[in-house]
Design a protein around this ligand. Structure first.
Ligand code: SDX
Length: 431
């Protein structure tokens, strides 16, 4: 963070306190309240972290008003258009775009870590076949700390590097295995002659009975979905990974915690929830009924795939994904997909409705990703696992940044307590 000579003056119970302020390279100034409790004996209160910076970082920046997303300073639309997922992984992990040799070495290391320990097959077999793939990958990723003992010591930089490469490399294999397990098909081993996205599609869709040729437009769309979901500042699942890591827990356990948080329908589970909502709407003529429900404060229903905590005009990822959706659906000849018709009509209605305009609700990344994944043949239960696969590099990059921070402290928020104050125990006969 960049120090500034500015301070914030706070008056508490008649006493005046000067709090240091920092001016970041982008975004709003921050007030350093680390000594507030020691000096003024008060806490701040911000349950959803709406106005609280929980850390300092150099990885990703979002300008919610402009609808801008930067990874190490590079705009997401340029990365989605000109780069590819593993190059973006290198950028997020190491801070700079790689040279030809650096990228070749990185891709070689990732490619040669894509297999999982053969014993893990048995771990999958403990699940019911109708288990949600997110339940399976949460368990399997947590279990990785039982298989890879040589990359658990977070104080050892080399072990942190190995754990990072292993997580990025093995996530597609684990997610594809979860898919195969739930559809009752045999696991497919990764292939070292395929690129990252093609390898994933083949592990998901190939069967032993015939050769599987990866369609380059689908693998490009898959790679773009990975890139667009790679990292996103201190969202709920990344904050979960950071908090879990602050206790010194091993990286696999921390990533498993991030996967569990991402599963929620308000976060990464929104792509599955959005497709299920589009199916429930069913036809364009039923859209007004659901818009009315979304506007009804007494109805907990929310328009899944709309709105965002930070973006207040447009989610730049949705803009790029919308182009991919058109390409994929045209390729697959499903541009007349009923779901897509409902999605496009819903988007148009919502964007012109005063309620949504006033609340600044618009399609987010999950609105279009679900449509593309559905068209590619994935069941809705696989949407969030694919989001988790994509976001692994973001979680790992943020984890590495935090662990390397000499100021690292265990995260331990305080609270606004308004429960019972001290009182004596009473015997049951007297209650
Ligand atoms: C992701 O943080 C990230 O970066 C997340 C993410 C990432 O890459 O990691 O971008 C991925 O999680 C995208 C968001 C996916 N979630 C959904 O699509 C679920 C639907 N969206 C909502 O749940 C909601 O918009 C949130 C959770 C995304 C954001 O909620 P906020 O910012 O906490 O806002 P809020 O819930 O306080 O809502 C503000 C107002 C409320 O109305 P009032 O109480 O002021 O009258 O807007 C309304 C809400 O009722 N509102 C919606 C709505 N979202 C907010 N009303 C109808 N439909 C919606 N989708």
């Amino acid at each position: 963070m960049t120090n500034s000579n500015k301070t914030a003056t706070l008056i508490v119970n008649g006493e005046t306190y000067e709090l240091p302020m920092y001016t970041p390279t982008a975004g709003p100034d921050v007030i350093d309240i680390r000594k507030l409790y020691a000096q003024a004996g008060v806490f701040t209160y911000d349950p959803g972290f709406t106005s609280t910076a929980a850390c300092d970082s150099t990885i990703t920046f979002i300008d919610g008003e402009k609808g801008e997303l930067l990874h190490r300073g590079y705009p997401i639309d340029q990365l989605a258009g000109k780069s590819h997922y593993l190059e973006v992984c290198y950028l997020l992990l190491y801070g700079e775009l790689p040279t030809v040799d650096q990228l070749e070495d990185f891709e070689h290391r990732v490619t040669h870590h894509t297999m999982v320990h053969e014993q893990m097959m048995n771990f999958f077999r403990g699940f019911r076949r109708d288990a949600h793939p997110m339940a399976i990958i949460t368990g399997v990723i947590g279990a990785m700390s039982a298989f890879y003992h040589d990359s658990l010591d977070i104080t050892d930089e080399w072990q942190r590097e190995v754990a990072s490469i292993r997580m990025i490399a093995k996530m597609p294999t684990i997610v594809a295995m979860a898919f195969k397990y739930t559809v009752g098909q045999p696991f497919v081993y990764p292939r070292n002659d395929l690129d990252y996205a093609s390898n994933f599609l083949r592990m998901c869709f190939s069967v032993p009975c015939e050769e599987y040729e990866v369609n380059p437009i689908l693998s490009r769309a898959m790679d773009r979905i990975f890139t667009l979901h790679a990292d996103h500042e201190q969202n709920a699942s990344t904050s979960t990974v950071r908090l879990a890591s602050s206790s010194g827990a091993n990286p696999f356990a921390c990533i498993a915690a991030g996967v569990a948080c991402l599963w929620g329908p308000a976060h990464g589970g929104a792509n599955q929830a959005c497709l299920e909502m589009l199916r429930e709407i069913g036809t364009v003529d039923r859209i007004p009924e659901f818009i009315a429900r979304a506007k009804d404060r007494d109805d907990p229903f929310r328009l899944m795939g709309f709105g965002h905590r930070v973006y207040k005009n447009t989610d730049p990822r949705a803009t790029v994904l919308k182009q991919s959706a058109d390409e994929v659906l045209e390729l697959l000849g499903v541009e007349d997909n009923e779901l897509l018709k409902v999605a496009k009509a819903l988007e148009k209605v919502a964007l012109n409705d005063p309620y949504f305009i006033e609340k600044k609700l618009f399609p987010n990344v999950d609105f279009y990703s679900g449509i593309i994944l559905e068209a590619m043949g994935f069941p809705t239960s696989m949407f969030t696992p694919i989001f988790a696969l994509s976001r692994t590099v973001g979680w790992i990059s943020q984890w590495k940044e935090m662990i390397a921070d000499p100021q690292l402290k265990i995260g331990r928020p305080r609270q606004l307590y308004h429960g019972e104050t001290n009182r004596d125990y009473t015997d049951i006969e007297t209650r």
